[in-house]
Design a protein around this ligand. Structure first.
Ligand SMILES: O=P(O)(O)OC[C@H]1O[C@H](OP(=O)(O)OP(=O)(O)O)[C@H](O)[C@@H]1O
Ligand SMILES: O=c1[nH]c(=O)c2nc[nH]c2[nH]1
Ligand SMILES: [Mg+2]
Length: 159
């Protein structure tokens, strides 16, 4: 979805992300045991660290994939993959949106369990586990992309 169609935003604080990633860990502990985690960079790195801590996993690899430049989806670039078919592995990402990244990752590691913290409807069928769904026209704002700043009073922006 292009940036001008993204009407709503869903800001996520560090605390919220930690809570949601821990909720994901609770779900995944019941589905294990897991051999290791493949974190999809860069967004999957923080949730993968939280899940790895909660599941006491020390074997963590990276799947390095980039497709968005700011809010525009471009050509998908697979920079680094993980050897093997993914049997016994968890793949962690921050979110699934159109599902393009998830599709590519599933082809690379077909036996892995794919888990994200957030999911939008188009990508939802491609994830095995997730915590919170947001609408397709919502842009999720992660804490590493935000900083505190002042905002004008509502009365000045509502007309
Ligand atoms: O379901 P999709 O439409 O494929 O979008 C989801 C992917 O897009 C974002 O990554 P991005 O490519 O922006 O790289 P980043 O993680 O380094 O920010 C996000 O972290 C997911 O990996
Ligand atoms: O920070 C982000 N928020 C999103 O909603 C999104 N969708 C794809 N890639 C994304 N990155
Ligand atoms: Mg990503």
């Amino acid at each position: 979805m292009s940036s001008d169609q993204q009407q709503k935003t869903f800001p996520v604080s560090w605390e919220q992300l930690h809570r949601d990633a821990k909720a994901l860990a609770w779900r995944l502990v019941a589905e294990g045991p897991w051999q290791g985690i493949a974190a999809i960079t860069r967004g999957g790195l923080v949730p993968a660290a939280v899940v790895a801590r909660e599941l006491d996993l020390r074997l963590i690899d990276t799947l390095c994939i980039a497709s968005y430049d700011d809010r525009s989806q471009g050509e998908m670039r697979i920079i680094k993959d993980v050897p093997g078919d993914g049997d016994g592995w968890l793949i962690i990402d921050d979110l699934v949106d159109t599902g393009r990244t998830a599709q590519a990752v599933r082809e690379m590691m077909p036996k892995a369990h794919f888990a994200t913290v957030y999911a939008k409807p188009a990508g939802r069928p491609l994830v095995d586990s997730f915590i919170t769904e947001v609408s397709q026209d919502t842009w999720i704002l992660f804490p590493w992309d935000m900083e505190l700043q002042s905002v004008p009073p509502i009365i000045h922006t509502s007309r």
